[in-house]
Design a protein. Sequence first.
Length: 287
Amino acid sequence: MASLGKNHVEKIANEWSRYGLPIRPGVETLNLITREIDGTECNRILILGATPELVDFFLRKKAGRITLIDWSEVTVKAMESLGLEDWTGVEKITADWRTRQEHLGKSFDIISGDCPFNMVSFAEDWETVLRHLSAYLIPGGLIIVRNMFYPTIPFSFPVFLKDALRHLRKMNRNKDSFKDLVSAIRLGAYIGSVDSRSLILRERELQLEREACEKLKTMVNSQEDLEIIESLLGAEKEGKPQRGATLPRKEAVAEIFHAAGFTVKSFQPAENQFRLGASFLLTAVKA
């Protein structure tokens, strides 16, 4: 790998290692997935993205075939470097989920991913991706993905940030708990920037992140804490949501799944630290 490429991989890996819940999936999400796949065929798995926790999870489940699709080869290399299992046997495809992979037809029992649908526009790109996923799954196959949805209760970022900073003053924190708090604040900025079309307004999101960043910096002393704040909320960071990122409401999703040949089985809350109420594990069955 060229030096520049290697440096880029290391940068992304370092950034991702500073993220916590609910940006990264945790034990709660993995336990829910375990319950969802209990008693079902899970030998052939397609993963949207390269989330280390998910790839490792299915490797530990001894799946016979694991394929992942991600738009960035560099990101995949970075995520693999953070994995705890051996990814040698994982098939890695560099592609856009919105582009049909004809050779994957009826190849998988389960399709999983961590917030993949938040990365494409609602509802047009959801419809496109779901049609492709339906083609990849066997009849009766499952989509099991964690996704962020707009909270059902009114959300105010200023109120949320005030509560989060109050919690920071009182908490007996360690590195992981601090990462989780700052990650929740970043998700709060994401939620706080959604418009009436469910689109994330990028400039608004950056504005809320900068506001939170400056306030948090006045409350910490260690260089490690400052680096976590900069990674998640600062001006220079990797892995920001792509243009077209969306945060739909749950009630708007079932119809789109149904039109693509799926029945939504459940929405189960997962990783809703600090009462954000946005993170759910969605399970859908192909007819």
